[in-house]
Write a protein that binds this ligand. Structure first.
Ligand code: 6PG
Length: 250
């Protein structure tokens, strides 16, 4: 596992963009395609905006990029809370990504049906081609409670097996305010590369608990992300990393 600290959100976005460009080049050289799973929430906004800027946009072979989502709220795509809407406004509308290369989670279909539909999408696109990994890059955030994607502490979704996508009812247990759809831990851990993007001092205490755990601590959802054959990197801004002991300078 790698932990890299950046001076602020723009530097973090540049660090993540550099990793994505490198991963895209490797994947396209190897297989002619690059699968990128986007995170929701607010942290990735700076990264998506940066990827659409000329300096970075021209480094990515958008025609060979397949974009997926790590999770979605069960709202229509134009809803302010839609993760798809965030990506459309900051990225999709500003790069030459073919519409057919965007694989949206249909939150408006409801959690059960939306999850089943997306399971089919992933099964069609990631049938085992003999490789050890599935997704090329999965971007994730971390909530203050240690959730990631829409996998919340104590949720039954954390134990879902033999499925790559799961419904997340909003009250089993709280906190999501609406039903959600999420990748499962099982699918995430088959990625070639997982990047956590975490910023802000509100995450600092939880991050210390996650990256420097005390013995006997119950694992949080983010701690279940342990790629089997892939790599894992935590990209942090200074504020989020502020409570980590003896942090090596990046
Ligand atoms: C979501 C995200 C969620 C997010 C974290 C961090 O749909 O809300 O997938 O897991 O990454 O809650 O959110 P912020 O980046 O807004 O702090």
């Amino acid at each position: 596992m790698e932990v890299e600290r950046f001076s602020g959100s723009q530097a973090l976005a540049r660090g993540a963009a550099g990793r994505i460009v490198a991963a895209a080049r490797r994947a396209v050289a190897r297989s002619g395609r690059f699968s990128l799973f986007l995170a929701g929430g607010s942290t990735p906004r700076a990264l998506y905006t940066l990827l659409a800027e000329e300096e970075w946009r021209q480094q990515i072979p958008w025609g060979q990029v397949q974009v997926y989502f790590g999770d979605e709220r069960c709202v229509p795509p134009e809803h302010p809370d839609s993760n798809y809407r965030l990506a459309r406004e900051t990225l999709f509308n500003r790069v030459p990504l073919p519409p057919e290369n965007i694989h949206r989670m249909t939150g408006e279909a409801g959690a059960e049906r939306g999850a089943a539909l997306y399971e089919q999408v992933l099964r069609q696109n990631f049938e085992r081609s003999g490789g050890e990994t599935l997704a090329d890059v999965i971007l994730l955030g971390m909530g203050e409670d240690g959730h990631t994607a829409s996998l919340f502490p104590h949720s039954p979704a954390l134990q879902v097996a033999r499925r790559w996508v799961t419904p997340v009812p909003h009250d089993e247990p709280p906190p999501p305010l609406v039903d959600r759809i999420s990748l499962t831990v099982e699918f995430i851990n088959q990625a070639a590369e997982v990047l956590f993007l975490v910023q802000g001092d509100s995450k600092a205490g939880r991050l210390r608990q996650v990256l420097q755990p005390l013995p006997g601590q119950r694992p949080l959802p983010v701690q279940l992300v342990r790629p089997v054959h892939g790599s894992l990197a935590w990209l942090l801004d200074r504020a989020a990393a502020s409570q980590l002991a003896a942090f090596p300078r990046s």
